[in-house]
Design a protein around this ligand. Structure first.
Ligand code: PLP
Length: 437
């Protein structure tokens, strides 16, 4: 049994000064009903304030694909420090990073940088509106695109608010979003070609862009059905609609060419995030030259920011790309993925409980008591057993495995032995759950 006394006490202290003891609401840990406070990370491991050493299966909400305290990233950051940090100045390194991105990501002819996924999505959408002269954004239910008001809709709408399957309501993720913005978003279910075709046919003159997670990792791991992305590409091209792949979470999970390379479908604009910076804040907006030319000064669409392409993150991103380009990188990722996903299938199919896992590349999701054999869109998860999920993550923490619950994955620093250990702990946990549920 792990002790978490220091974390408990620190949480009470933290709340006095830091609102709810959190710098970011997403760090709220539902198992503990507080944040977990950490001391350090090393490779695949993370140490909490009580000195529990945990195998990290969350990895900075997906940002640490290279693991924690990665030497290549640290050395790159040291170089930025030596150069005097040089914040808000162009150096040769932003260009080098853009060149690397353009050489490995199919949609990238040119790129610009931002600091977070939220910002990059905001810029991508403004750009799509500037290019198309249209306003509405078509978005899929259950897909998450950060906290920009334009797209803060229907990521996880409650069942009584979400409306009909064919014509879902646009449900705000937050209070404080002006009601007028609802007219600028259209929500449809993922993986339904007929609804997609009909919506585009009906609204093509007002849709500026379709945005999606090409792999919907924000719902665990929901993959596009065969041909769905191709259809999307065909319909958007035919109707002067820009196709935006939000690869904030999917970038580098399946290969250096991201989900677009994996599925062989090239969007007009890509948003590349999370793991790009090796744990430092940087995102890229990439796309065709004739689209990005609409950004000032060549065009009239704004894109600027003091910290865009910050040297520390730029250097860290260069180191990251250098790593993901190495031959062994995806051999190792897929070796771990094969071992882990087949091991999970074995454990769950031997249990009388209805738990499933879906995974692709370096990220995956668990589904507790869902009725469908395969989760293909957000509504397949409605009615999931939240209590079972929470207990699962809590029992695993007690065994030294850290899942935050929302973002699940592994890094290049996880070994086969780590994965075997996680599987062993999951098997024990499932047996314990069988006594409770
Ligand atoms: N888009 C996707 C697909 C994401 O998963 C996230 C964050 O999880 C975002 C956008 C927002 O990114 P950030 O948290 O860096 O603002």
């Amino acid at each position: 049994m792990v002790v978490t006394k220091k974390c408990d006490m620190f949480s009470e202290h933290s709340k006095i000064y830091l609102q709810a003891g959190l710098s970011s609401s997403g760090r709220w840990n539902r198992n503990f009903q507080r944040a977990v406070y950490f001391k350090k990370g090393e490779g695949a491991y993370i140490h909490d304030m009580d000195d529990n050493k945990l195998i990290d299966m969350s990895l900075s909400h997906g940002a640490s694909l290279l693991g924690h305290n990665n030497k290549a990233v640290n050395d790159a950051i040291a170089q930025a420090l030596e150069m005097g940090i040089l914040c808000s100045y162009e150096t040769e390194y932003q260009t080098m990073l853009a060149e690397e991105i353009c050489s490995i990501i199919p949609s990238a002819e040119v790129c610009r940088f931002a600091c977070s996924g939220t910002e990059a999505v905001m810029h991508a959408i403004r750009l799509a509106r500037a290019v198309s002269g249209k306003s509405i954004v078509l978005k899929f239910e259950g897909h998450y695109h950060g906290l920009c008001d334009y797209v803060q809709y229907s990521w996880s709408p409650k069942a009584d608010l979400m409306g009909s399957y064919e014509n879902p309501e646009s449900v705000e993720l937050s209070t404080g979003i002006p009601a007028a913005l609802r007219d600028l978003i259209k929500i449809i279910p993922f993986n339904n070609p007929d609804i997609l075709k009909k919506t585009i046919e009906d609204m093509k003159d007002s849709i500026a862009a379709v945005i999606l997670e090409p792999i919907n990792y924000n719902q665990g791991c929901i993959v596009p059905e065969k041909g769905f992305l191709n259809l999307l590409r065909e319909l958007t091209s035919k109707n002067d609609i820009l196709l935006i792949f939000d690869e904030v979470l999917s970038a580098f999970r399946t290969g250096p060419d991201c989900a677009q390379g994996y599925y062989g479908v090239t969007p007009d604009i890509s948003v590349i995030g999370k793991s790009l910076g090796g744990g430092t804040p940087i995102t890229a907006i990439a796309g065709k030259r004739n689209i990005l030319e609409h950004f000032q000064p060549t065009g009239s669409c704004t894109h600027t920011g003091t910290y865009n392409g910050h040297l520390i993150s730029t250097m860290a991103a260069l180191a990251t790309i250098n790593e993901v380009k190495k031959l062994y990188f995806y051999d190792h990722i897929y070796t771990l993925a094969d071992k882990f996903y087949s091991g999970l299938d074995e454990i769950f199919s031997a249990s009388r409980l209805n738990i499933k896992a879906q995974g692709l590349g370096a990220r995956f999701g668990f589904y507790f008591d869902v009725q469908k054999d395969v989760v293909k869109e957000y509504r397949d998860r409605i009615g999931e057993n939240e209590k079972m999920a929470l207990k699962f993550y809590q029992l695993l923490y007690e065994k030294g495995i850290y899942f935050h619950g929302l973002h699940n994955g592994f890094s290049i620093k996880h070994s086969l032995h780590d994965i075997e250990q996680v599987l062993d702990c999951i098997e024990k946990t499932v047996k314990e759950l069988e006594f409770i549920f």
